[in-house]
Write a protein that binds this ligand. Structure first.
Ligand code: SAH
Length: 560
């Protein structure tokens, strides 16, 4: 294969970066913006020995998963979205396959187990929808175009040239009005945009945040200086926009890619906006970390809470990598005590403040590395409690992409919490860590990918691991109706329950799952089947969706 060669390729696969992958006479080509099922014409840009990169020139036959027209005309140029041209259900399927593939290959989780415990990716707004406008935060770089006009937009993929676009389709609509207001002001008063190369000019970035539940708006201008000339005029214009709550300046005079400066100066209103995830209120300042897709975050943390299975009485929970305490506070209402650990001190200040404004008194936060704080706590506890080990019922981790250090995982294993809930933004490191935990006495019980970032290749995953106990293991398939003999004539048979669940919910459930749910509901079931055949046998646990369906059947048959 030669550079500049034009080839016709059928796209057969998708890479981790969302690029299409196809073969020409056994030679592999990576083609950005091409989708599995497309037949495309592409120009080879870089040819290595066994593989190369090509640019999509023409879609000859579009894939069934290709949208007719991307919503954003900048979709291809902008570095923000990688798979906007793929229909949403196909995006979800891609993300699910990515998580599953990593768990199988890196995590060595058997495919049969994943068949049972892996749930479909939780998307936005149901089947077929194209979810846009989901981001509550946008950071627009400001610059000057070749005609000297002040512009705002987005960086092109992997570069720092600004693509003019004041209406990113992932952000809220009001962003455009705010940006135009700022750009008009800059034109009128000849306020220069920052020039990254010359390290000159004033306005570098505009940070915009929006409270989805409160409609509060935050504007923070990041400037290469201390003040903006005529800023009263700017404030006067911006505060007319309904919802405007916070207008601030952040000074960043360094020659750096870091967007925000260290300091924030209030120009008008208050320094923070307020928003809610579920019932919990958060105050968000320009420098705070806050999840960008609040709708999906609520689903993600709802799952984490569900997986934690707290009873509301007596549990001790650790939330490692807790950020501003989002998960900790979500769990605190159902636990006796929550401990959060986070490396960034300002985030811990926010976490403490958020606990306070929500009247949560059973959450304590520590600044430090999770892999240092937890092991030290564990050792210290042993010393001060006559050798008794520190106890946790549930440990939640939500690490950055690199995942957890093995030393931390080892401490978790030593502490033997009943449950580990792992929230992950990188399924490859998740899989690595799951492998360690499975090899050390934990069973993988549930896996659910959650789509926090539609149109990008990123995917979050939440998994539940439970401590493996010899007495909840089984490896047999018996006719449970025979064993479950108590007043049989009064009850529906397993087959009747199966038929009902299939008819009403379209789900297939096993006798084992039915018996698990019956037991949970306090219905007596036969004893014999519960005996494990061997010490190490494993028993799959009924997923939540099926549990709910079985419960509905039990209700229908008046058994509960
Ligand atoms: N659960 C939080 C944020 C998770 S993002 C929320 O939803 O708000 C991961 C967090 O881990 C970041 O806040 C990051 O600052 C923090 N972090 C990174 N390395 C860490 C470490 N070694 N120990 C503790 N926290 C760390």
């Amino acid at each position: 294969m030669q550079k500049n060669e034009i080839v016709k390729v059928k796209i057969e696969d998708i890479g981790v970066g969302g690029e299409g992958i196809g073969k020409v006479d056994g030679y592999t080509l990576f083609i950005k913006d091409a989708i599995i099922g497309d037949v495309v014409e592409a120009k080879v840009m870089k040819a290595k020995k066994n593989y190369g990169y090509a640019r999509l020139m023409n879609v000859l036959t579009p894939s069934k998963d290709r949208v007719e027209e991307p919503v954003c005309p900048m979709a291809r140029k902008c570095g923000g979205c990688q798979i906007q041209e793929m229909k949403y259900p196909a995006q979800l399927a891609f993300k699910e396959a990515k998580v599953r593939g990593n768990l199988e290959r890196i995590g060595e989780v058997p495919a049969e187990l994943l068949d049972q415990i892996m749930h479909p990716a939780v998307g936005m707004d149901g089947e077929g929808m194209q979810p846009f406008r989901y981001r509550n935060k946008a950071q627009f770089p400001v610059g000057t175009d070749k005609d000297g006009r002040v512009i705002a937009g987005f960086y092109a993929g992997r570069t720092h040239s600004i693509i003019e676009n004041t209406d990113c389709a992932l952000g809220v609509e009001v962003n455009e009005e705010i940006l135009n207001c700022i750009l008009d002001f800059m034109e009128e008063f000849k306020i220069p945009a920052y020039d990254e190369v010359k390290h000159k000019g004033l306005v570098r970035h505009v940070l915009l945040r929006y409270g989805f539940k409160t409609d509060e708006i935050m504007v923070c201008l990041v400037i290469n200086g201390k003040t903006i000339p005529h800023c009263h005029d700017l404030v006067g214009r911006l505060r007319q926009i309904p919802g405007m709550t916070s207008i601030t300046l952040s000074t960043n005079t360094a020659k750096t890619n870091v967007i925000m400066g260290d300091t924030i100066r209030l120009l008008w209103g208050q320094e923070f906006i307020t928003d809610y995830i579920g019932e919990i209120k958060y105050q968000i300042s320009p420098l705070s970390f806050y999840q960008v897709n609040p709708v999906q975050t609520e689903k993600l943390y709802g799952l984490a809470l569900d997986y934690a299975g707290l009873t509301g009485n007596d549990e001790t929970v650790w939330d490692l990598y807790c950020g501003i305490g989002t998960i900790s506070l979500f769990l605190a209402k159902k636990a006796k005590q929550v401990y959060g650990v986070e490396i960034v001190p300002q985030a811990i200040d926010d976490a403490k403040n958020n606990a306070k404004i929500n009247d949560i008194t059973n959450a304590e936060f520590y600044v430090g590395k999770a892999e240092e704080v937890l092991p030290e706590y564990y050792k210290e506890y042993e010393k001060t409690h006559n050798g008794e080990a520190a106890h946790a019922d549930v440990i939640v981790v939500d690490p950055p992409r690199k995942g957890c250090e093995e030393s931390l995982l080892q401490t978790i294993v030593d502490m033997q919490p009943e449950k580990v809930v792992y929230v992950s933004c990188d399924s490859a490191t998740l899989a690595r860590d799951v492998k360690f935990l499975r090899a050390n006495g934990y069973e993988l019980k549930d896996v659910t990918p959650v789509d926090q970032f539609p149109h990008t290749v990123h995917v979050e995953t939440v998994v539940l691991l439970s401590q493996q106990k010899p007495d909840d293991t089984i490896e047999i398939d018996l006719d449970l109706d025979e064993l479950d003999a108590t007043s049989a004539e009064l009850k529906a048979t397993y087959q009747e329950i199966k038929d009902y669940v299939l008819k009403e919910f379209g789900l297939k459930v096993s006798s084992l799952y039915i018996s698990q749910v019956k037991r949970k509901c306090g219905i007596e079931v036969g004893e014999n089947y519960n005996l494990p055949k061997s010490e190490n046998a494993r028993v799959p646990q009924c997923p939540k969706e099926k549990e709910d369906a079985i419960k509905a059947a039990l209700k229908y048959f008046a058994m509960i």
